[in-house]
Design a protein around this ligand. Structure first.
Ligand code: NAP
Length: 277
């Protein structure tokens, strides 16, 4: 089976080792390569990958939106996210899905971090935030606040998801904000998620007040890193009991993609333990 991951840059990707681990569990022979693909060449490249026997692709930055243009069928969760993190060939058609949200929710459940009836603060309103918010909302949280450096983008994201959610989506449950949270009555959260890309930059400059962690039971940085990010350090300094990076989400979203590609459900525990996640 020919699989792969596309993006730019791509060298850092852990997808080959994750999918090889899954395949080994079933003695499944597969080829999983990293491919450096730019936005300009993406559509032609994907078409020729599937025409030449490719079966499935993971999709990472900056291609998550553009791949929708070549997809014949798009899952409802990829439509909600307006982005896909995986493609595969189903009945000779290219199917696009977004498994990021499910990956995060599965990871939170494994870590016994509750979502139902909880107040959740999400920092960031980019592709990752778009992918996770609909899945979090399905778990019936009390409130989800999307706070972004550029507040207009948070407003846009919330409006887009509310529109798709129809009249059941109450504006008191999903709310936009700026990073200063100055429009909010409550500034206390059960779970704080860093969905900004601040942790990827050398200075990791994320201008948030450490009070966002006061009383929080858990904090999770979607970025995966061998060492604690500044966000994780801040959370630990505020005595948040459960502080994690995005490794667990990465493994779980990959497991969901692998299941769809192969029909086999891999055990993720070995990979999760290998990082202490
Ligand atoms: P993106 O679409 O480029 O969005 C970046 C977001 O970060 C925007 O909201 C941006 O705010 C904000 N931002 C960037 N630098 C900032 C700073 N210094 N201070 C405050 N806000 C800042 O990126 P993405 O795809 O959403 O990815 C976000 C993160 O999620 C990355 O770390 C990525 O590695 C991680 N991720 C992890 C997984 C996983 O499986 N673990 C999956 C997907 C993504 P503005 O709108 O103001 O520019």
């Amino acid at each position: 089976m020919k699989l792969g991951v596309i993006g730019s840059p791509i060298e850092h990707s852990k997808s080959p080792e994750i999918h090889t681990n899954f395949a080994d569990q079933f003695d499944l022979e597969l080829v999983f390569e990293k491919y450096l693909v730019s936005k300009n060449e993406c559509l032609e490249w994907v078409k020729s990958f599937f025409e030449s026997g490719g079966h499935g692709l993971s999709v990472t930055l900056p291609l998550k939106e553009v791949v929708l243009e070549i997809s014949d069928d798009i899952s409802s969760r990829a439509k909600q996210a307006a982005a896909a993190n995986m493609l595969f060939l189903k009945d000779d058609k290219i199917f696009a899905d977004c498994t990021d949200g499910l990956g995060l929710v599965t990871d939170l459940k494994t870590k016994e971090i509750n979502i139902a009836d909880k107040k959740i603060l999400i920092l960031g309103a980019g592709g990752a935030a778009k992918g996770i918010v609909p899945s979090l909302l399905k778990e019936n949280p009390e409130q989800v606040i999307v706070a972004n450096r550029t507040p207009e983008k948070a407003i846009q994201l919330v409006a887009q998801i509310q529109e798709l959610g129809g009249s059941q989506m109450k504006s008191s449950i999903l709310m936009p904000s700026s990073l200063t949270l100055d429009n909010l009555e409550t500034t206390s959260f059960d779970l704080v998620i860093n969905a900004t890309s601040a942790s990827t930059s050398a200075d990791q400059n994320l201008e948030v007040d450490s009070s966002i962690f006061k009383g929080a039971a858990a904090a999770l940085d979607l970025y995966y890193s061998q060492t604690d990010t500044k966000f994780m350090q801040m959370a630990k300094e505020q005595s948040v009991a459960k502080v994690y990076d995005g490794w667990g989400m990465l493994v779980e979203q990959a497991a969901e993609s692998f299941s769809q590609w192969t029909g086999l459900k891999p055990d993720t525990s070995g990979l999760l333990e290998s990082r202490g996640a």
